[in-house]
Each structure stands twice: as structure tokens, then as C-alpha cells.
Design a protein around this ligand. Structure first.
Ligand code: EPU
Length: 342
């Protein structure tokens, strides 16, 4: 089939970024089939334009005018590749809503993704920052990532190893705009254990024997906990955590603990620990602070918010103030979690 490439000029992305910024793409093209991608990339190259991919827009900060071609990832399918006694393999289109996929897997009694309930965004975006919450990272369940490689102009299937997953990181962050992810293949083992060791979940299930907790109950618990702490992007613009939890050496942690005995940390490896960035920001007095049209969420200081009328510049100004103060107070650098498009 011949795929014509007819991008749309001056396309509003206000409904396609969860910060709710007023953003206009110079050119945009909804992608419902992978085969549309090579001609779209060629079109952009021939016109001398850059390109980028937008899923749910829940982890990006966009400028008011987004130059070049923006591919709107709407590839929507869920395919059961194998359903065996040992495991289930699913192939899922990049445009599928992440939370809808998690709900669907539980309806089929395929367990494993329940701790990742209610994370905004799409399936194609999940591997990019290796989404993680409540003690689980998506990398554990990813078998392959299908993508178009814009550097070699070839279709590729990246293994878990090729993806170079780490905490909130992957090859897709190292090489932005190289790969257009079209589908993700998940491998969900049938052998399953409830994972409730993250303190919020342990507290939620107080007095329950772990082996009696069902996957659907964990899904419900995670939804309830997230709804309490994190603002609903449909109501208040946000991109979830604005900063990564900083990873520091255990030596630096010891030093910080002497000055700040209450500091919240988690072991990351034999030599390093992760600090709760929300705690650091909270201690610096930013929680609930409002600066023009942007602010810091009053229930979770790691989340920056936008209530309308603001823009990327204003948000980045607030982020810089926070980074500066945290650095002065704790000597720690905060690295932003969302991707900044320009
Ligand atoms: N804390 C404060 N004040 C705050 C916020 C947090 O003192 O304003 C303390 C909490 O009391 C707790 C600790 O910091 O002791 C950690 O807080 P929380 O459990 O809310 O988790 P987090 O480390 O802030 C991470 C992820 C979230 C994920 C949760 C649950 C990152 C950058 N963020 O947040 O992911 O939902 O754990 O697993 O790793 C996201 O990436 O967008 C996101 C929401």
C-alpha cells in the first residue's frame, strides 16, 4: 500500500500535553499504522525539518511553537502472541494508553503490571524512561521494542539488553529522535507474587497476609494511593515527578545523614543510594508554593503544576530555583525527569 504523507500545519497540541500548555506544532501527523513512518521521516528530511514523536505528552515540556514535524503516535492494538502455562507474550501498539493496558491485562488475569497502574501516557513511551512505581520497573516485563531507526532507515527489534534500561533511563533517552517506537512486546510470567514491600503499599495492606493479596487489589491500592498524592492531569497540569530521585554514593549519604538524620533514602546498589527528591524539595520549603501560573504540588513536592496561562519558560524558571536551593542546602544536583522538546 502506498502511504501518502500529508502533515497538518499549525496543529494545536494543547490537548496532547498533560501540562496543558498552549502549544502549536508547525506540522503534525497522526500515525495509526507503522508503515506511515518511513514516508513521514523522508518528508521531514526533504523539507529540511526536524522530527519528534509525541505519545500522551505526559512526560514532555513543550515550547509554545514546536518547529518541524511532530508524529502523533496513535497505533492502537493489543495482540496475544502466546499464552502458555509458563508465560503470556503480548504485542501492544505504541499508541495504547498505558493504564488501559494494565487494566486489560488484569481483566484477562495476566498479572505483573498492577503496581504500574494509573501512570499517565502511552505504551510506546513506557520504555523510554523505563517507567517505575511502587517497587516495579517496566523493564522487568519488556521482551522486545519494535521501532523504526531513523539513522539507518531500517525497522529494528531491540532486545531488553539493546534498550540499556536503568532507573528512569534507556537507549531512547541517550539517542533522542533516533528510534520511533511502534510496538512493545511484553512477557508476563504466570508465576506471580504480590509485590507490596514499598512502604505506601505495606501500610495499605496492614494486617493482611501477603499471600492473600490479589493483583486486582494491588491495582486498586496503587490507584487510591496515586490519586491521594498526585494531581490528576485532567484537572491540574503536571508531568508527574519533575525530577529524578538523585543517585549518590553511600559515602555521600553517610555525610548527609550526619547533618540531616531524617533524610529519606533507598539502597540502589552495593555502593550507591537513591535520595527522595520530594523530601529534599519539601525541606527547602517549596511545597505548595505558587509562582505566577506554575507551582509546586501541595501533597508531593516532586510534582510541578500548571493551572493555566503559563508556559515552558515559567516552569523552567521555577525548576531552576528549586535546583539551586537544593544544591545549596544538600550539595545534590536534581536532574529533570521529563524531556524538553525544542
Ligand atoms: N516526601 C516528602 N515530601 C514530599 C514528597 C515526598 O517528605 O513532598 C517523602 C515521602 O514521605 C517519602 C519519600 O519522600 O518518604 C518518597 O515519596 P514517594 O513515596 O511519594 O515517592 P517518590 O520517591 O517521591 C517515586 C517516583 C514516582 C512513583 C513513586 C512510587 C521518581 C522520580 N518518582 O516518587 O514516579 O510514583 O516513587 O513508587 O522516581 C513519576 O515518575 O512521574 C512518578 C510519579
Amino acid at each position: 500500500m502506498n502511504f501518502d504523507c500529508k502533515p497538518l500545519a499549525n496543529y494545536s497540541l494543547e490537548d496532547r500535553n498533560t501540562l496543558g500548555f498552549d502549544v502549536v506544532a508547525e506540522w503534525a501527523l497522526p500515525i495509526t499504522q507503522a508503515e506511515q513512518i518511513p514516508p513521514a521521516i523522508r518528508w521531514a528530511k526533504n523539507a529540511g525539518l526536524s522530527h519528534r514523536v509525541l505519545g500522551g505528552g505526559s512526560n514532555v515540556v513543550l515550547p509554545a511553537q514546536l518547529p518541524g514535524l511532530t508524529l502523533l503516535m496513535d497505533i492502537d492494538f493489543i495482540e496475544v502472541l502466546e499464552n502458555r502455562d509458563s508465560n503470556t507474550r503480548l504485542r501492544v501498539g505504541a499508541g495504547v494508553n498505558w493504564h488501559a493496558l494494565v487494566g486489560w491485562t488484569l481483566d484477562q488475569n495476566y498479572r505483573g503490571l498492577e503496581n504500574l497502574a494509573l501512570i499517565p501516557g502511552t505504551v510506546g513511551a513506557a520504555p523510554i524512561q523505563n517507567i517505575g512505581a511502587y517497587g516495579v520497573e517496566v523493564k522487568e516485563y519488556i521482551d522486545l521494542v519494535e521501532a523504526y531507526d531513523c539513522q539507518t532507515n531500517q525497522w529494528v527489534s531491540l532486545s531488553k539488553k539493546d534498550c540499556r534500561f536503568a532507573y528512569r533511563h534507556s537507549v531512547f533517552k541517550d539517542e533522542p529522535n533516533r528510534f520511533v517506537i511502534t510496538a512493545v512486546i511484553f512477557d508476563l510470567p504466570k508465576e506471580w507474587q504480590p509485590r507490596v514491600s514499598y512502604s505506601d503499599l505495606t501500610n495499605y495492606f496492614t494486617n493482611r497476609a501477603i499471600e492473600t493479596i490479589a493483583a486486582q487489589e494491588i491495582f486498586d491500592a496503587v490507584c487510591a494511593i496515586r490519586a491521594q498524592k498526585l494531581p490528576d492531569p485532567k484537572v491540574i497540569g503536571n508531568v508527574g515527578s519533575f525530577f529524578q530521585n538523585p543517585v549518590i554514593s553511600n559515602q555521600q549519604l553517610q555525610f548527609l545523614k550526619e547533618q540531616f538524620p531524617q533524610i529519606v533514602s533507598y539502597p540502589e546498589s552495593a555502593t550507591h543510594s537513591k535520595l527522595a527528591a520530594g523530601w529534599l524539595i519539601d525541606q527547602c520549603g517549596f511545597k505548595g508554593m505558587q509562582l505566577g501560573n506554575v507551582g509546586v504540588h501541595n501533597k508531593q513536592a516532586l510534582v510541578l503544576t500548571h493551572r493555566g496561562g503559563g508556559n515552558a519558560g515559567e516552569l523552567l524558571g521555577l525548576a531552576e530555583q528549586i535546583q539551586k536551593k537544593v544544591k545549596e542546602t544538600f550539595g545534590v544536583d536534581l536532574i529533570p525527569e521529563p524531556i524538553f522538546f525544542n
